[in-house]
Design a binder for this molecule. Sequence first.
Ligand code: GLY
Ligand code: MN
Ligand code: MN
Length: 449
Amino acid sequence: MTFNATPHLERRRRLLASMQAAGGGVAIIGTAPEVMRNRDADYPYRHDSYFHYLSGFTEPEAVMVLVAGPETRSILFCRDKNLEREIWDGYRFGPQAAQLEFAFDAAHPIEELDKSMPALLADAPAIFYSLGQDRSRDARLQDWLQGVRGLARSGVAAPGRIVDVNVLLDDMRLHKDAVEIDTMKRAGVISAEAHCRAMRLSRPGLREYHLEAELLHEFRRNGSQFPAYGSIVATGANACVLHYRAGDAELKDGDLVLIDAGCELDSYAADITRTFPANGRFSGPQRELYEIVLAAHAAAVAETAPGKRFMDGHDAAVRILAQGMLDTGLLDGNKLGSRDDVIEQGAYRQFYMHRTGHWLGMDVHDVGDYRDPPAADGSKPWRTLQPGMVLTIEPGIYVRPAEGVPEQYWNIGIRIEDDAHVTPGGCELLTTGVPSTVADIEALMRQGS
Ligand code: GLY
Ligand code: MN
Ligand code: MN
């Protein structure tokens, strides 16, 4: 498949237009460093999301400089061709080929960056840069600024302001374009299929890592580059540890398995959770709590539409969960009062201690402000949902053993998580390829492998 530079070029154009509207200047955006794992072995390389959003370029050691002056220019600094290194580590574009492939106005070897920056920054009214993300790059920025000031005698002015470029980019990234939505749909389909595979193959006696292996198999055989985050495969009481990772616990007859896993495809994440019985049949108490979480999920989906606020889905889910906790005796209504009292006092947090969603995109917990700009009275209302935003919907119930908590629910942990794309008419779930009702899960599991 040939690379399509157009979406990235278009995003650079939009960023440059925002920079011009803010008085003009020069943006400096670098990619992520390579990180060593241990002696001679590095972590799998993952580019910086902002950098990739604007370039599509995946090699390490690259920086882009965007000049918003009377005219605009996009310049890429990247690794030079190097036959010796390419024999060991593989192909490098080099500046010449990278300029063409990724549609930059110019490209130069990364070694020339320090020498070029003072001239590029000369007379720029502002630097658009995100301070505090990369200590060594911040230090280099100081050197570049000193370099510009060194040119002062030749009548050159140093930039007077630093603007956080990520603030502009966060808002762009929050509103996905059609290419991004298409990629996220494909990531959702692959991830849903991986969950189906794990469900079908589940049986008592297997271990958590066996199901993790099935997820990875499905991700990778469909071209996903990585899991989007460390897969959670948690059986029994482990499901009540929110950030548990797939371990070696055995799947026991009668226990539930909670899987929270999604693939990263072409830099975009999916994020799905399903909870199912290891043996294919929900017990009575498991089913009771499952139906409450499923109803909370449906209530949150119904509140995910343009004009609704980010927290409306959470509030709707909490109303269902709190009522369910009272109905099942997880919470004692005689002591705590009504559903609204339980919500008011936050008593439901004993069993539901996280939010119902987050932005999703290139990063699993994606960028974007969760609040609208402050209102006239200084209040900061929750973000109003708009078409093109993508967020997760992930209510749950986690019951740790405790005095006063009915024993039949102890150690049950349930979460149901889907990825919702806000559309003009409401929202579209990208991850429905894996069942979520009790009947559909049990039917899929009866099919077996
Ligand atoms: N998998 C991380 C989350 O659900 O937020
Ligand atoms: Mn998740
Ligand atoms: Mn999530």
